[in-house]
Design a protein around this ligand. Sequence first.
Ligand code: CA
Ligand code: CA
Length: 338
Amino acid sequence: MLLVKYRKKFILISLLTIFIICSSISLPLPKSVSLQSSCPEGMAWIEGGTFRMGSDDFYLEERAVDDVTVDGFCMDRTEVTNSQFNKFVQATGYVTVAERPLSREQFPDLSDEMRKPGSLVFQMPETEVKKLGYLSWWHWILGANWQHPLGPDSDLQGKENYPVVHIAYEDAQAYAKWVKKSLPTEAQWEFAAKGGFKNAIFSWGNEYSAKKANTWQGHFPFTNTQEDGFLGAAPVGSFPPNSYGLYDITGNVWEWTSDWYRLGHQGLENTTNPLGPKERESFDPQEPGVAKHVLKGGSYLCAKNYCSRYRPAARSAQSPDTGTTHIGFRLVTNKLRR
Ligand SMILES: [Ca+2]
Ligand SMILES: [Ca+2]
């Protein structure tokens, strides 16, 4: 009995010793992995913290850098895909904004033809001309929508793992409600995109690389050298994730946030879990009078010579009813409410 007693004690001491040694030599887990198991499948845990939101080094709309704090949350590792969105549509019969005709009541001045459903599609100009009208590379294509991204003759065959596009704000919200998640605030999105870097320009560091995100290489909008391997959108996860495990957080497609847009970050109502300005405060100098939401991350159409917005601090304004060939979304849990 005595032998058994000492043997048990020895085993206990041995196990304790092994545990202490293992604990002392184990490396700290990356933040994205530390509480990962508490997030739903396909999401990464973003441990909260304080960061410098915005940038004084690029465009005017990013200015007024401020210290902002966000609580921890889970975020989709990838942009929402065609396959995921299709499950939602199959289950609910949801019809996106781009698939609905415009109503005669709301748009009495438009002809029947103009009220037919469609969306904006990017088309590369055929010839390089010196004077190209502002945004003239966008074309309203009847029948373009998430199922037909380039127009009625295109489809999703082989594109199940591509990000869903032609998504208006209310489409993203409807999907979010169905999966019991929500759109991120701009602060949540930007904090997550930085991947723990304090002052880095990109989500991976300070040096631009065509191999880190799906952007545009060449002279936009005329030539695209496709150094990164993709002329248009890429299947989600084609590029390395940031250190929080988020794929395509910059580049590939722009992503909706719940914040209303105004120029810069000055006068934040709250620097802890900020929700952005109120709808009536939204202001885009390029289109005054239209309340818009903030898009983040840039897209495969962002080039160095035009819209170098494949950066965490970069932002863009978008009318809630307008999706295009390069706007999608990803979602978070831990919804913040105004
Ligand atoms: Ca590309
Ligand atoms: Ca993206």
